[in-house]
Ligand binder design. Structure first.
Ligand SMILES: Nc1ncnc2c1ncn2[C@@H]1O[C@H](COP(=O)(O)OP(=O)(O)O)[C@@H](O)[C@H]1O
Ligand SMILES: [Mg+2]
Length: 437
């Protein structure tokens, strides 16, 4: 299995392309610019190793200890021979080595860390490393599942993330997949209201609470998720937090465990994510404070596919361009699929798709546009009013057909997707080890 690593500083992050070209031994899951960001990322349980660039921080025993106490092996890139005494538990590597040599050092450091931790647990070795803070094992009785996770994300300004998430989930469920829909938006959760669910149970917060206590199983997930019937299928739903100030209840480590369990629970999990990726500024090295955007980052890191939804107008396009650049920095493993929503001539000109393509070619990143979802206020409102998905209230609407096409499921009389194309054929981009079975 590939070792997830976090880098600190420009020298370490310059290794990212080289490490990625090795295709396997290590995966860079986050590039950090400063120490508080690195410590916060390590505390989410995201990585097994951290590569610290030269000059990024004072290498102290307490820093090494701190990172190791949350299960992270530490590798220091050095200019020349390490100055002063070398620290125990730290792997030193010259900052001029080839990426393959660095990858070997990472894997050596992780092996040594695991050996030390095992010795420490047995109470036998000379090294008594703190292992108490290492996350307890997740109780997933059916073994690691191979269900896929699709994150629906996009910049601020309501580009239509929730609409896309609900309708993608509904289309997949109606096509025969088992589907879990999760509302992980820490700023404006709205799946419960959009589906007319009256219960105020904040299912995701409940699930995270159980997962935080150590054991979390598909059975627990089954108990907490609400079951919602939709035409032709059934959705399981974890509703979001009922007030934005409840965001600390969605701790990234716990959320990661919920997502792990979801992979065993259903074929596809669709997550409606918050928009903001910024690392919280008030974090200092010594705090264990939860981060508001940690939930979004965790979902994006875990996702096999990221759908990036942008508004198809003069405000939405530049916002999406900026947001995608932030995403590339914060979650280098994400391979987003760009989707424009509310596509309409009134906002961009006569041939809106052509206009958007042209603007994207000029200003956007190289990521191609995967779909154009038309503006269809009547259909969107009818579905909201009825508290359901478009496939029930507006099955023939152009918006529904476009979302079904994005989901890769055939709709008879739809917009020309080859008949018989089912979920198993859908190409999920993102983490390569989760490509289609
Ligand atoms: N393609 C569309 N055409 C018309 N209205 C839309 C479309 N997509 C979304 N809407 C409406 O826009 C509003 C905001 O959408 P929503 O999905 O809640 O955005 P977000 O989750 O990004 O905040 C909702 O009222 C929704 O019904
Ligand atoms: Mg929303």
């Amino acid at each position: 299995m590939s070792i997830p690593v976090i880098t600190l500083g420009p020298v370490a992050s310059a290794y990212v392309p080289g490490l990625e070209r090795l295709r396997g031994p290590v995966t860079v899951v986050r590039r950090c610019e400063d120490l508080p960001e690195l410590v916060a990322a390590c505390q989410t349980g995201l990585a097994r190793a951290a590569i610290l660039g030269p000059g990024t921080t004072d290498l102290t025993a307490s820093l090494v200890d701190r990172l190791r106490s949350v299960g992270v092996a530490v590798i220091a890139l050095t200019d020349g021979a390490p100055a002063g005494e070398t620290l125990e538990g730290l792997e030193y590597v010259a900052s001029t080595v080839e990426p393959a040599v660095l990858a070997e050092a990472v894997s050596r450091a992780v092996d040594r860390f695991d050996d030390d931790a095992a010795r420490s647990r047995a109470g036998a070795g000379p090294l008594q490393l703190p292992v108490a803070a290492a996350p307890p094992p997740v109780e997933v009785p059916d073994g690691p599942g191979d269900g896929r996770i699709m994150a629906v994300w996009g910049p601020s300004g309501s580009p239509g993330r929730t609409t896309v998430a609900i309708n993608l989930a509904a289309e997949l469920a109606a096509a025969g997949s088992s589907v879990l829909l999760i509302d992980a938006d820490t700023y404006g959760a709205s799946i419960g209201a959009s589906l007319g669910l009256l219960d105020e149970s904040a299912g995701l917060a409940q699930a995270c609470r159980i997962a935080d206590q150590g054991g979390f199983s598909t059975r627990a997930l089954g108990r907490v998720a609400v079951s919602v019937a939709i035409k032709g299928g059934r959705l399981r739903v974890l509703t979001g937090i009922t007030r934005p100030d409840r965001w600390p209840e969605l701790r990234p480590v716990a959320l990661g465990r919920v997502l792990d369990a979801a992979r065993s629970f259903v074929d596809v999990t669709v997550v409606d994510c918050g928009f903001c990726l910024e690392a919280d500024e008030e974090l200092s090295f010594d705090t264990l404070a939860p981060r508001r955007n940690g939930a979004t980052l965790r979902c994006l890191e875990a996702a096999d596919a990221v759908i990036a939804v942008g508004g198809a107008d003069t405000i939405g396009v530049p916002r999406l361009v900026k947001a995608l650049a932030e995403l590339a920095d914060a979650v280098p493993t994400a391979a987003p699929r760009v989707v424009f929503n509310r596509v309409r001539a009134a906002a961009v000109g006569h041939t809106p798709e052509a206009q958007l393509r042209e603007a994207w070619e000029r200003f956007g990143p190289s990521t191609p546009i995967s779909a154009f979802l038309p503006a269809d206020p009547a259909a969107a409102d009818r579905a909201l009013l009825a508290g359901t998905a478009l496939l029930e209230t507006a099955p023939g609407s152009s918006l529904r057909l476009a979302i079904a096409e994005l989901a890769g499921v055939p709709v008879r009389g739809g917009r020309g997707r080859a008949p018989g194309r089912r979920l198993g054929d859908v190409r999920f981009s993102g983490n390569t080890d989760r490509l289609p079975r």
